[in-house]
Design a protein around this ligand. Structure first.
Ligand code: SAM
Length: 272
């Protein structure tokens, strides 16, 4: 008996995987062990959820759409590994997940960036992520310094994880067919950040401020975002960054050095 399928809701980013080969490639990439916990954001019609339940010890799946939630309750009732939740993933307390949780998801595009930042905050509970996102977002995540796609997302993700673009997914593999292509990322959480960072919040603030005015120099962008010009002018050479450079040319190590020297100038006690 086939259960009635709820109609796709565009505003919830509902583009369902219909290609078994892509599902298999995502599962191969996740390389789950039977004792692992999986977090799936947006199980949708369950294209990934059922196979995930066969491979992992526990699958926590959060769906915001009540119709899809009921559909999954009915179709996956025989999966003891499934812990299905109804709700907004952005409101989910990711920090309560078991240590070593693996995130496997075809993320709703309209929410992929805030969700990735929220997951990054909970990185201590996570071991790796295999996520399908818009190709444009995937490119930004893996971009290197000097590339037009390099920005806040690249620096913050690459600082605490090592992301790779594993493969592309054609719009024909998804229904309703999206206007843009997708890509699957394999993201491993680093045991140590890519650069020494003593104050994560301050580092994040510096990175965001540096990129806030992309066409300006780091000096001017930081100044326009409220950092004292004198402190910035003194910190840049100390961090080995020429004042005329733009944020998109700075490596993670340079951002970290700049954040550290700025912190010691704006808050002398932070170095003690
Ligand atoms: N995993 C399914 C698949 O691959 O076919 C569906 C993926 S679809 C791109 C995104 C899913 O995320 C949809 O089921 C949508 O309802 C759900 N979703 C959208 N916003 C959400 C939110 N804030 N919290 C949880 N799920 C959400």
């Amino acid at each position: 008996m086939t259960a009635h399928l709820p109609r796709p809701r565009k505003r919830l980013g509902q583009h369902f995987l219909i290609d078994h080969n892509i599902v298999r490639k995502i599962l191969d990439l996740a390389a789950l062990r039977p004792d692992e916990t999986v977090l799936e954001i947006g199980p949708g019609r369950g294209a990934l959820t059922g196979p995930l339940c066969e491979r992992a010890g526990q699958v926590i799946a959060i769906e915001v759409d009540p119709d899809l939630y009921r559909h999954l309750q009915a179709t996956l009732a025989d999966r003891p590994a499934l812990d299905l939740r109804l709700g907004d993933a952005l409101a989910f307390p990711f920090k309560t997940l078991p240590t070593g949780t693996v995130v496997v998801a075809n993320l709703p595009y309209y929410l992929s960036t805030p969700l990735l930042f929220a997951l990054l905050e909970a990185r201590e509970c996570l071991s790796r992520l295999v996520v399908m996102v818009q190709t444009e977002v995937a490119r930004r995540i893996v971009a290197a310094p000097g590339h037009a796609d390099y920005g806040v997302l690249s620096v913050l993700l690459q600082c605490w994880t090592s992301p790779t673009l594993a493969f592309r997914v054609s719009p024909t593999c998804v229904r309703p067919r999206p206007d843009v292509g997708s890509s699957v990322l394999a993201v491993r959480i680093r045991s140590e950040p890519a650069a020494p960072i003593s104050d994560t919040q301050h580092f994040t603030r510096v990175v965001r401020a540096a990129f806030a005015h992309r066409r300006k120099t780091v000096t001017n962008s930081l100044r326009d975002e409220g950092f004292a010009q004198e402190a910035v002018q003194a910190a840049l050479p100390q961090a080995g960054v020429a004042p005329g450079r733009r944020a998109e040319t700075l490596s993670i190590l340079e951002f970290a050095a700049l954040a550290e020297t700025l912190a010691s100038r704006t808050n002398p006690r932070s170095n003690s």
